[in-house]
Ligand binder design. Structure first.
Ligand code: PEP
Ligand code: MN
Length: 395
């Protein structure tokens, strides 16, 4: 039932002005065989789903790393300590990580606090240095998973190596590219693998640093049912205030873990300062999370209802965003009308539009009365917006 509901769900997303048909027709796209090891079996003990990965965006100094690790250990809720050593920054001349020597700091974290440690790798050299240092988990960043050449190089460096690898989603909502990155690792024998959902570059104004587009990990889960998926609220949010809401949503959608950036002194962080939280704040966030037992795609009524509600949430989010975009265009039309001295209301255009939309709606099962009511509401607001434009005083 759940699968049928999702199968029939056509998901669209907006990139710029283009409406992109993202995911549907699962009858054609068959599920992918990624027979990976579940998180609980990655190590002999101590590491279980939901995996809680935390630590600074970047390893900055021995003190910062050790103090953050100490405080995270005290929370008692973290199983993996993360820290970026080589930082892929969007612009040059910003902090690009301290490099190889921070691997020694991570060795200290392993020894003193018993944490498994994770670093980001983006090249063969990074992989070799991380493996030589005995790092426990590697992750591949969004900029790297977007590049098949880099993924191939990393995969070749991992041939025959038994280490868990986390693959962040590419910058754009390109599920094929994401799966392709993981297939490259799978084909060299990587079997301890998880996808990390960190959101997608926002082409439109958004409260998020990277828009979550939850339908993408949902389709990934449908296509690769055994693959664990971890959520990264930090890089989705871009700011502390949104972290809880995103983390709770991920837990409700039965993600297999969370990766949340933390820093002993977030305000002074050398990268991603706005989104990092203190270990104490991480504990607070964790204690407020409600963990439910239902598995992501179980066919019991509760999870079925939740799946449907998640679809409703996604659709509503898009509806609201589309309405906002429509209003932006309405304003632009207002500017043109003003400059040409044209009146706001052209009855023939309005009449034609209503008839056209009613026919459109009727073809897909929406009543004429319903479509008309909605259009009237939208039109009222549009007129209001254009009236504002008309009456704006020129500076
Ligand atoms: C990070 O985890 O610090 C990072 C650089 O993430 P992303 O690849 O998601 O931008
Ligand atoms: Mn970061």
């Amino acid at each position: 039932m759940v699968n049928t509901a999702i199968k029939n769900f056509a998901a669209f997303t907006l990139c710029g002005n283009k409406l992109i048909y993202l995911c549907t027709n699962f009858n054609i796209r068959m599920s992918i065989e990624l027979k990976v090891v579940s998180i609980d079996q990655w190590f002999e003990h101590d590491v279980q789903a939901p995996l809680i990965i935390s630590g600074p965006c970047s390893a900055e100094s021995l003190d910062q790393v050790m103090q953050t690790a100490k405080e995270l250990k005290e929370t008692g809720v973290v199983n993996v300590f993360r820290a970026g050593v080589w930082k892929p920054r969007t612009r040059p001349n910003t902090f690009e990580g301290v490099g190889k020597r921070a691997l020694l700091w991570l060795n200290k974290v392993q020894k003193e606090f018993g944490f498994k440690v994770a670093v980001e790798v983006a090249s063969r050299k990074h992989v070799e240095q991380a493996l030589a240092a005995g790092i426990d988990i590697l992750w591949i960043g969004a900029r790297t998973s977007s590049n098949p050449f880099s993924m191939q190089e990393i995969a070749e460096a991992l041939q025959g190596v038994d280490i868990p690898v986390l693959v962040k989603n590419p910058i754009n909502p390109d599920l094929e590219l994401w799966i392709g990155a993981m297939e490259r690792l799978y084909s060299v024998g990587v079997r301890k693998m998880a996808a990390v959902h960190r959101g997608f570059y926002p082409f439109e104004p958004s409260p998020y640093r990277n828009i979550p587009l939850w339908e993408v990990p949902i389709e990934l889960k449908l296509r690769c049912p055994e693959l664990p998926i971890i959520n990264d609220p930090s890089h989705i949010a871009g700011e502390r205030e949104l972290l809880f809401e995103i983390a709770q949503k991920a837990i409700d959608m039965n993600f297999d873990g969370l990766m949340i950036e933390s820093h002993t002194n977030p305000e002074c962080a050398l990268s991603d300062a706005k989104q990092q939280i203190t270990p104490a704040q991480l504990l607070d966030l964790h204690s407020k999370l409600v963990f439910r037992n239902e598995k992501f795609a179980e066919s019991d009524t509760v999870s079925e209802l939740e799946m449907l509600r998640q679809q409703i949430d996604i659709i509503d989010e898009k509806m609201i965003s589309l309405l906002a975009q429509r209003m932006d265009v309405v304003r632009e039309i207002g500017v043109v009308k003003k400059s040409k001295g044209v009146k706001i209301l052209q009855l023939s255009r309005w009449k034609g539009l209503v008839e056209n939309r009613i026919k459109m709606g009727e073809k897909i099962g929406l009543s004429a009365a319903f479509v008309k009511k909605i259009l009237q509401l939208v039109h009222k607001e549009s007129i209001q917006k254009q009236a504002e434009v008309m009456n704006e005083k020129e500076l």
